[in-house]
Design a protein around this ligand. Structure first.
Ligand SMILES: Cc1cc2nc3c(=O)[nH]c(=O)nc-3n(C[C@H](O)[C@H](O)[C@H](O)COP(=O)(O)OP(=O)(O)OC[C@H]3O[C@@H](n4cnc5c(N)ncnc54)[C@H](O)[C@@H]3O)c2cc1C
Length: 446
């Protein structure tokens, strides 16, 4: 039965909703205020039915923006607290880059050192080749002049980790209601505070709302009557008028259906997650024609959960305005936002560019729908902020399966604290010109 009221209502049972619920329950208990009994998560689908459930699962620190890096260090720390429950594989992560990214990567390495995040920087074409051949003797990617090898991070199994978090939350007393869609928000007559949410299963009175709706966040943003176009002051002080608050990018991912063991390192162990960016033209592994002339990038890992070599390439911007996009059916169920044969050829050719063992393997590409869209903010970085007095919005701009610590920090803020790690991600940064620095990576999330 749908409760008529709850103290804390969380919209969304993805990584952020579940992490917030579990950590809030822990905070409440530590403060002698009960536990999770006052927390209700509602999800229009079920646990893991959004972006978190289809994420590749890569967990890394490699970000050009200091604020992102510091936050990711905290996230990696949370993954490390319970690898078993979170199905976390600490294999490490490698950013392998061309000369145009060398300076950025060297800066990241220096700044990781400064915050005590363990990584190794390899510089120079010959040193990079030899380092990679120490891991994979068939390494052959060209045009690589720097490698950042993060010794922490790696990946986690998407759905399994969410059930791990959900089990922790439920054990702490949190209730999770599937098939319950928030359709409207009510506020009091004298303030903007949300007093109740309307759902397809009835009305629920609330004291605090936490929005963790992933790609559907713009829909709730709209219910909160927040602006769909904003003015953005850039770091030079120039104001850009009427910038769309939300745009969607489509993430392109898939799986090569070889045995995962096919992708092991020479020592027989799981290799780090590999991310390669390069400006060397990419030729087809099928017929040799040039597929990509500009900068391109891929990431991949052997993954027993996906049952093969799983990964992706740079996403593409969806040109349809955010309010007109069909988010549902989502992910692999979408008729529109799934990868095509050209993606398969490009990604498999990129694998073969990197390692000889993948040459001629395209026939093993898993011909099943994959990929999905993500909602990005006006500057492609997260917004973590409170609106309408009692409504906390977690909008991770699609950076976020890895960001398991955000829920912990949000829980602390909901309890009245102030997180220095979340501070750089307030909505006010757009008006104040406090934007994050932009890197030379071809990906919108680096
Ligand atoms: C293909 C793909 C691969 C990715 N790979 C990675 C990766 O490797 N590493 C990484 O860090 N990030 C990755 N991401 C990004 C990451 O998945 C998202 O940033 C993150 O999962 C968002 O988490 P969330 O909890 O905000 O949203 P979600 O996991 O999408 O959860 C939101 C939930 O809210 C529910 N909901 C929405 N609207 C309502 C409503 N009105 N009422 C009730 N419930 C509602 C939905 O049903 C959904 O279950 C990837 C994204 C995609 C699409």
């Amino acid at each position: 039965m749908t409760p008529s009221q709850t103290k804390y209502l969380i919209i969304g049972a993805g990584i952020h909703g579940l992490s917030t619920a579990y950590h809030l329950a822990t905070e409440l208990k530590a403060n002698g205020q009960g536990g999770g009994e006052d927390i209700l998560i509602v999800d229009k689908g079920s646990i893991a039915s959004g972006a978190s459930g289809i994420a590749c699962g890569v967990i890394r620190n490699n970000y050009f923006q200091p604020a992102m890096r510091e936050l990711m260090a905290e996230c990696v720390h949370v993954w490390e607290t319970d690898p078993e429950a979170y199905h976390y594989h600490a294999v490490g992560y490698m950013q392998i880059s061309p000369e145009s990214m060398h300076a950025d990567v060297a800066q990241i390495a220096a700044e990781q050192k400064a915050i005590g995040y363990e990584s190794e920087l390899i510089e120079g074409e010959e040193a990079c080749r030899s380092y990679m051949r120490g891991i994979f003797s068939d390494w052959r990617a060209e045009g690589i002049t720097s490698i950042l090898h993060e010794k922490r991070g790696g990946y986690a199994n998407n759905t399994a980790s969410l059930y791990g978090l959900a089990n922790k939350a439920e054990a702490a007393g949190v209730r999770i209601m599937s098939g319950t869609e928030v359709t409207g928000l009510e506020s009091g007559s004298n303030s903007g505070a949300i007093t109740a949410v309307e759902t397809n299963k009835g009305r629920i009175e609330v004291e605090q709302v936490i929005v963790a709706a992933g790609p559907w966040v713009p829909r709730i943003w709209d219910m909160l009557e927040l602006p769909d176009r904003i003015d953005v002051k850039d770091t030079k002080g120039e104001v850009h008028k009427d910038v769309p608050m939300w745009v969607y990018w489509c993430l392109q991912e898939g799986t090569l259906g070889v045995e995962p063991g096919f992708g092991m390192a020479d020592d027989g162990n799981m290799p780090p997650v590999i991310h390669v960016d390069t400006d060397v033209p990419l030729c087809s592994d099928v017929d040799g024609r040039v597929l990509v002339e500009d900068m391109w990038g891929i990431y991949y890992k052997p993954d027993f959960n996906f049952g093969g070599i799983q990964g992706g390439a740079a996403p593409y911007l969806v040109k349809t305005p955010a309010e007109k996009i069909a988010i549902d059916p989502y992910g692999p169920d979408s008729p529109e936002f799934i990868v095509d044969d050209l993606f398969a050829e490009t990604w498999c050719s990129a694998l073969a560019f990197c390692q000889e063992r993948y040459q001629g393997q395209i026939g093993k590409w898993r011909k099943e729908p994959s990929g999905g869209i993500g909602a990005f903010t006006a500057d492609s970085f997260p917004v973590f902020d409170r609106f309408r007095e009692n409504c906390y919005v977690i909008a991770d701009s699609n950076h976020g399966y890895k960001m398991i610590a955000v829920g912990k920090l949000v829980a602390e803020e909901v309890m009245g604290g102030q997180s220095a790690l979340l501070e750089p991600f307030r909505f006010s940064r757009f008006a104040e010109g406090k934007l994050h620095p932009i890197s030379n990576s071809p990906f919108p999330w680096s």
